[in-house]
Design a binder for this molecule. Sequence first.
Ligand code: FAD
Length: 595
Amino acid sequence: MVSYKAPLNDIRFVLYELLDYETTIAALPGYEEATRDVVDAVLDEAARFCETELLPLNGPGDAEGCTFEDGTVRTPLGFKEAYRHFIKAGWTGLACDTQYGGQGLPNVLQFVLEELIWSTNLSFGIYPGLSHAGSHALALHGSEDQKRLFLPRIVDGTWSATMCLTEPQCGTDLGLVRTRAEPKGGSTYKITGTKIFISAGEHDLTENIVHMVLARLPGAPSGTRGLSLFIVPKFLVKPDGTLGTHNRVSCSSIEQKMGIKASSTCTLNFEGAEGYLVGKPNTGMHCMFTMMNTARLAIGLQGLGLAETAYQSAVAYARERLQGRSLSGSKFPDKAADPIIVHPDVRKNLLTARAYNQGARALALWVGMAMDVAVKHPDPARGIEAEDLVALMTPIIKAFVTDYGFEATNLGLQVFGGYGYIRDSGMEQLVRDARIAQIYEGTNGLQALDLVGRKLPQDSGRLLRRFFHPVSQFIDENTGDAELQPFVLPLAKAFARLQQATLWVAQESLKDGQEAGAAACDYLRMFALVALAYMWARTAKVAVGKLAAEKESFYRAKLATANFYMTRVLPQTSGLFAAITAGARSIMDVHEEWF
Ligand SMILES: Cc1cc2nc3c(=O)[nH]c(=O)nc-3n(C[C@H](O)[C@H](O)[C@H](O)COP(=O)(O)OP(=O)(O)OC[C@H]3O[C@@H](n4cnc5c(N)ncnc54)[C@H](O)[C@@H]3O)c2cc1C
């Protein structure tokens, strides 16, 4: 069994002390009621729900998996009841507009909720998770009628949503979508095609499932420019909102897979199903990007959630498991052996996961708050700046946090030794569950291309400046502070390297596009490591100022982890810099027949 308690101390530290939630978010018009008291109550209740309702279903859900029979999918025992409790408590509408029945709370709280859900039951979380992304896309791009008919039900969780992009011949390259949409009059279309790997495409948790489907209109341009987005409900919806007949969409199978076994992954056949156009014809990618970006950030948090559970479980195990003696002499001479937490390698594994987790949590919540500033700030210029930061950081959070999430769950398993490999420990499930997050919602390779090919060059580096400016400013303001030198100097050095690498990538990719492709993943990782260093340096600044306060050991632990990050993790940026600037030739000059 894994050990997990929602890390509320750290979450509160990040929200209130590091990112100044009360002046940054609670002061925004529309969030007046999201006071610290309200936030604290939400955090406590979310923690209780996830720890007591979701976590106990995680292992059994993995063992049982979903079952498929005659076109219907049954989720594992207990999922239906937990889902009923989940929607009754209003979790599906936490950050949704009050106009559609949501609670209208800041998006940053949705991020916190998601982390806790992913930590305790990733498979369960996928069902409402896609609904959240779907409702966001509908709220922004749907017609008034579509919003009236579909949003309240998705927000209150009685219906769920899916995201239907992938087809057998088309994954990363959505330009290859073949699903067709034929006009039937008005905004109604007949949708025909096959979508595969659709998460929550069929299940028994909700009364209806609202599929958001990418399809091509007759005569539409080829490639992604010719895609349109359609709402295709499993059950047709009458004008008064009640359910009508079964639409012509069916599930023909579910996948047997490595992890997230309690999340259904479905093949859906649309056979002239009734669908409704969202937005204008051929703007499907634009509309779907709203959904995809929300989902990409949520998936980044999946890496964090799983890594946190792995870390906590590994710490608990390392304190108990007795093997060998400390290299500096026995620490527990009265015991048969010392606990393995005395060994440098075990400690390094634990600290690596801890430093990644706490750094990534700070980074993600910073971006979550920027999403709130983007929609609520009264000064449009501040809103645009915040939106830019979110756009820049989305591929970084999606790819880096899921990459290290897999790495950290593996480190956690390693701390358990052979017991980690055995099912009962729960550790191997975390590793299996973590793996998919690097693949779906655009593989991490694709995220790196998005960063290098789209986000960096946009408007001559406008997005980039939203990150580079605050980092430069922080370094300038704090370099002279002797207590902060161990944190600010490594940040400054790595940041200078990142700037050099950015220039190199920008210049070389203008000469040869392969350079951008060859550098992309290393560049994304380097960028992320510097972003975490920025969060750790800011954390150190807060912690240094509070050492005399109560909870002293909390702040000392923060400083120790920041120190570990700067000295043992951040130096990876040197190697990444060397790899990036080595160029594409060592990759591209290798003939295909030599593989
Ligand atoms: C469990 C699960 C759940 C899923 N849920 C959904 C869902 O709800 N909705 C949905 O629509 N899809 C879903 N997917 C599909 C998922 O999004 C795709 O698998 C993913 O986008 C990759 O597509 P692909 O599998 O076709 O791989 P491919 O596109 O064939 O890619 C194969 C490899 O080539 C690389 N590659 C491809 N093109 C490029 C390029 N231009 N440059 C560099 N490298 C490239 C990729 O990074 C990857 O490593 C799910 C998949 C799984 C396994």
